[in-house]
Design a protein around this ligand. Structure first.
Ligand code: GDP
Ligand code: MN
Length: 304
């Protein structure tokens, strides 16, 4: 009996290509989850990327709501992994419970989005994403798809479509459907304002801030005059238009695993006065990986 065998992984053989299905590339789909939405799960199941190449990773807070969400999630996982059709089953699924405080007591949209709650909230979100990433990224992972638990509609070809651009970091445009009482019809509006191109104003504001202060997007009190991808959507321009970005949101964000392996993560502190996913974009860029966004490629956020 010799020593236990050493498992060798040759990272050079883990390809990351614009045709990931043909090359059988492994995808890690990561979701921090405060609430379980059936619509999110159903949309996830509709992803047409071969499920046997997908590992799912979740992190949930240890609150009452987090416990409920974990139970609901586990029930759906059981259904698919134990009783679902072979082609619907995922390669593996990992659930983590967060060992630190949840983002805020209330998960209601108005409370979540209050400016005063943002820094603490984004710090916790950053830590949750990092915990999830660092415990699940494997030697065979080619891509990481960050997909929020409240993305309830996306094209089934989401992974292939994003990967086809062959960008180190690429984000879809996150909108929200709502009922417009004036037209009495369903309409849609931008939801995620974290994907943007920087402005002179924002850079000047950052220059004057204290070392721990952060800039936040989408608040009148902090007018940054950045160019927001949310407003770049235009039916007249091609669906596959890709624009370079300085900040990204992580509602539906595809990252080449090597970007994370190089050390790009979600800072839970002021990094160039940016935090979490926006800080991640900056860190990727500092490591030489330019983030991009797709203004005309939409995914939809749950409407509370
Ligand atoms: P918003 O859409 O910008 O308001 O942000 P969300 O509240 O939707 O948070 C982004 C993602 O993180 C969603 O998938 C949430 O379910 C999840 N989330 C929110 N708070 C927490 C938390 O305290 N812990 C964990 N693990 N996930 C959270
Ligand atoms: Mn959300």
């Amino acid at each position: 009996q010799g020593p236990p065998p050493v498992t060798r992984y040759d990272l050079n053989k883990v390809t990351v290509t614009p045709d990931p299905i043909k090359n059988q590339e492994h995808i890690l789909v990561l979701t921090p989850m405060a609430r379980f939405y059936q619509e999110y799960w159903d949309n996830l199941l509709r992803l047409s990327y071969p499920h046997e190449l997908i590992t799912l990773g979740f992190i949930l807070p240890k609150t009452k709501e987090g416990n409920q969400a974990t139970a609901a999630l586990q029930q759906q996982i059981q259904k698919i992994q134990n009783h679902g059709a072979e082609k619907d089953r995922f390669k593996s699924i990992i659930i983590l419970r967060q060992d630190f405080d949840p983002a805020v007591v209330s998960q209601d949209e108005s409370e979540r989005h209050k400016l005063g709650n943002q820094k603490a909230r984004r710090e916790i979100m950053a830590k949750a994403r990092n915990s999830l990433l660092f415990t699940t990224l494997g030697p065979a992972t080619s891509w990481v798809l960050w997909l929020d638990a409240d993305i309830v509609e996306s094209p089934p070809t989401l992974i292939q479509d994003l990967a086809s651009h062959d960008k180190p970091v690429i984000v879809a445009n996150c909108y929200q459907k709502y009922y417009d009482p004036e037209t009495k019809k369903m309409a849609e509006r931008p939801y995620d304002f974290n994907s943007w191109q920087d402005s002179e104003t924002a850079l000047k504001m950052a220059e004057q801030m204290g070392p721990d202060d952060i800039l936040l997007e989408g608040y009148a009190e902090l007018a940054t005059y950045r160019t927001l991808m949310a407003y770049m959507s235009n039916p007249g321009s091609p669906k596959d238009l890709a624009v370079p970005l300085d900040g990204v949101g992580s509602t539906a964000l595809l990252v080449k695993a090597d970007v994370h392996r190089d050390g790009a993560m979600f800072p839970a502190f002021s990094f160039y006065h940016l935090i979490e996913s926006e800080g991640f974009a900056k860190m990727a860029k500092r490591l030489g990986w330019q983030p991009y966004g797709l203004p005309n490629y939409k995914v939809y956020h749950y409407n509370e």
